[in-house]
Write a protein that binds this ligand. Structure first.
Ligand SMILES: NC(=O)c1ccc[n+]([C@@H]2O[C@H](COP(=O)([O-])OP(=O)(O)OC[C@H]3O[C@@H](n4cnc5c(N)ncnc54)[C@H](O)[C@@H]3O)[C@@H](O)[C@H]2O)c1
Length: 375
């Protein structure tokens, strides 16, 4: 039998607390996904079908057709054209912010003010000041702020991290990470002042991987960028780069390297290599599946991973589940605002390095962060 108790709190107008026979908390966290585009729909589908103890209660998107299509697919009755209306909905306990990056700060600040817990997609924001505002707002409101670095929830990445921590390859000396995306960028990404370029949109994940595996901050970068595959962007966007190579120095002198590319066509490529004092570890899968064909025409052939959606399907589910569990158990997210902030700091330093053709120090100090040590 289920007991139902209505409780009020400063943050939620009414939480319906459900208790099972053994007194366990059966309350579902009401979730609204803000931004129903490519990444938003991954989260929305997860919250609709695969995340336990959560309910997708609403969707929000400024584009009417996108919103309607998402509502129809997921059979979600409530859709908001203006995300601020979603924040006023008392059934919404938490939001997933999956709008274009330039809007993350605005939406997260409003969500915190409305007392909603936040899972914000990477890159966290456009610069570190925006990140500091977001961390401060969530800290002051007492809501969770988790950042969408889902590789930290991928089984293989987690296993590698664990084995490295156990000393299998000695001390970590160098962390190399690459991400290559298959698609031609959308128009807004060509303007690196609007998008922060591939370093932000594609390589944020690699920056986080470097920090995570080295367990240290990146303090200096030297990046080279160039446009080799997107001739359509050369004239209007001379600063745009579709390929980037970035050397990183950690605070204690250890080394990192990031290789980024967009518009590669051949597939979605995401791999890491960690060099230690007594060995090396490789992480990342290239094969779409385990089928290997061999023909007289093509030789040995195996399809390459096509998309981040398929490569990290389970990592996104685990990330979304952990967000809900953090809220329910009132514990800190595994990937915090400060992790998002440090990746943004490295992105900004990398873009400066490309423009100035020189090594650049990473802005590591926070401007005004009142987190109570929790964000
Ligand atoms: N974790 C990952 O692997 C991953 C993958 C892809 C994208 N992302 C991130 O997710 C974010 C969105 O990227 P995307 O590729 O899904 O973009 P997208 O363009 O496919 O989707 C963005 C959606 O936001 C909507 N939107 C725009 N302004 C809005 C507003 N004011 N209120 C509500 N909705 C609004 C748009 O209509 C669109 O549907 C970006 O920050 C991106 O970097 C993360």
């Amino acid at each position: 039998m289920e007991m139902i108790e209505y409780v009020t709190s400063e943050q939620s107008h009414h939480i319906i607390k459900r208790t099972g026979m053994k007194g366990e908390n059966l309350t579902k966290i009401g979730v609204c996904v803000i931004g129903s585009g490519r990444a938003g729909m991954i989260h929305a589908r997860n919250f609709s079908r695969r995340v336990n103890r959560a309910q997708l209660v609403a969707l929000a998107d400024a584009h009417a057709e996108t919103l309607q299509a998402a509502q129809k697919e997921l059979e979600v009755e409530t859709g908001y054209a203006d995300y601020r209306d979603a924040l006023a909905d008392p059934r919404v306990d938490a939001v997933v912010v999956v709008t274009p990056t330039a809007l993350h700060r605005e939406v997260v600040l409003a969500a915190a003010k409305a007392g909603k817990h936040v899972l914000c997609e990477k890159p966290m924001a456009m610069d570190v000041r925006e990140c500091d505002d977001m961390i401060a707002a969530c800290g002051e409101a007492g809501v969770k702020l988790q950042i969408g670095f889902m590789r930290r929830y991928d089984e293989s990445f987690m296993a590698a991290r664990q084995r490295i921590s156990a000393g299998e390859i000695g001390e970590v000396v160098l962390v190399k990470s690459l991400t290559h995306g298959p698609s031609v960028p959308q128009e807004w990404m060509y303007d690196i002042r609007k998008s922060n370029g591939p370093l932000a949109e594609v390589n944020s994940h690699d920056i986080d991987t470097l920090r995570w595996f080295a367990d240290e901050e990146i303090t200096e970068v030297y990046a080279l960028g160039g446009n080799f595959r997107c001739p359509q962007a050369v004239e209007r966007y001379p600063d745009f780069y579709d390929n980037v190579a970035m050397i990183c120095r950690f605070a204690d002198g250890r080394q990192g390297f990031i290789d980024g590319a967009v518009s590669v066509g051949y597939g979605y490529d995401s791999r890491a290599e960690i060099v230690g004092t007594r060995g090396i570890m490789f992480v990342g899968r290239r094969e779409q599946d385990s089928v290997v064909g061999c023909s007289t025409d093509r030789g040995i052939a195996q399809p390459f991973v096509k998309s981040w959606r398929t490569l990290f399907t389970e990592a996104y589910v685990a990330e979304d589940q952990d967000f809900v569990d953090c809220i329910r158990e009132d514990r800190d997210p595994r990937v915090r605002g400060l992790d998002g902030r440090m990746a943004v700091a490295v992105v900004n330093a990398g873009n400066r390095s490309i423009i100035e053709r020189a090594p650049v120090n990473v802005e590591t100090t926070a401007h005004k962060v009142h987190t109570g040590g929790r964000q």
